[in-house]
Design a protein around this ligand. Structure first.
Ligand SMILES: [Zn+2]
Length: 258
């Protein structure tokens, strides 16, 4: 295992819609949310589907895997997951092979045991990365400055309006000054919203790191079978490659090949 498994570039999946209302939502996020809504609205005829729903993604086209039951009525019954694009959509004909639930579960067991085996190094890495998320003072200071600027610019607009009511003046000049002041205000407001979203995202990332660290510390010495609770607490999603390799993206952004 290399030290690269923890992504430090900050290019992390941003689907913290519920937590950061103001945050910028990436298109991929939107797709995922849509997918979740669709899947929830569908009637499920078998149990066990939900824990893998919108958790398995295609490494080729980027789409999500959907489930299908094979041999639903005989003893060979099994649930498989395959790229939703295989039979339609913008990436129709996607060739990424399907995976069975047994394969996904077995891969997850391998990943958990890898986590356990590398726990000490991993924890050291994560704690180091966590430091980079703790430096929000600078961001908070920036937000404070933007707030002050925004207030000043809002007052400027008010002042222009008040002045125009008091003094007779060229209305073309007035309108130009007014438009310019409003533009400045709007630009600062946009900048302020982005800064607030950044702070929020960082806060959540930090929480994710904390959670992952806690989960790692809690893991037993080894696992021999699939544990649904661990799946729920550790897995962000799994990416299936065209050679059927499975790469797990865990909470906090750590990636691990099964
Ligand atoms: Zn695909």
């Amino acid at each position: 295992m290399t030290k690269k498994i923890v992504r430090k570039d900050g290019a992390v999946p941003q689907y913290y819609v519920e937590d950061c209302h103001e945050a910028i939502i990436e298109p991929e996020t939107f797709d995922r949310v849509q997918e979740m809504i669709e899947q929830r609205s569908r009637v499920r005829h078998f149990s066990g589907a939900t824990i893998f729903s919108t958790k398995i993604r295609c490494g080729e086209c980027g789409g999500w895997f959907g489930s299908k039951v094979w041999h639903s009525t005989d003893q060979y019954r099994r649930v498989i997951w395959r790229c939703n694009a295989k039979y339609g959509g913008k990436a129709a004909g996607c060739k990424t092979p399907h995976v069975t639930e047994e394969e996904v579960k077995a891969a997850f067991v391998r990943v958990v045991n890898k986590l356990i085996g590398n726990r000490a190094m991993l924890l050291a890495d994560l704690r180091e990365v966590r430091q980079t998320y703790s430096g929000t003072d600078e961001l908070s200071q920036r937000l404070h400055e933007l707030d002050e600027r925004l207030n000043a610019e809002a007052e400027m607009v008010q002042e222009l309006i008040a002045q125009n009511a008091r003094v007779a003046q060229n209305q073309d000049d007035y309108n130009a000054a007014y438009d310019a002041a409003v533009s400045r205000y709007e630009a600062t407001k946009a900048e302020r919203e982005k800064a607030a979203a950044d702070i929020c995202q960082r806060g959540i990332r930090r929480q994710e790191f904390e959670r992952f660290i806690t989960e790692l510390e809690k893991l037993p010495k080894a696992v021999s079978e699939f544990v649904e609770a661990l799946w729920g607490s550790l897995v962000e999603y799994v990416t299936v490659g065209k050679d059927k390799t499975m790469v797990f993206t865990l909470i906090g952004g750590t990636e691990m090949k099964a």
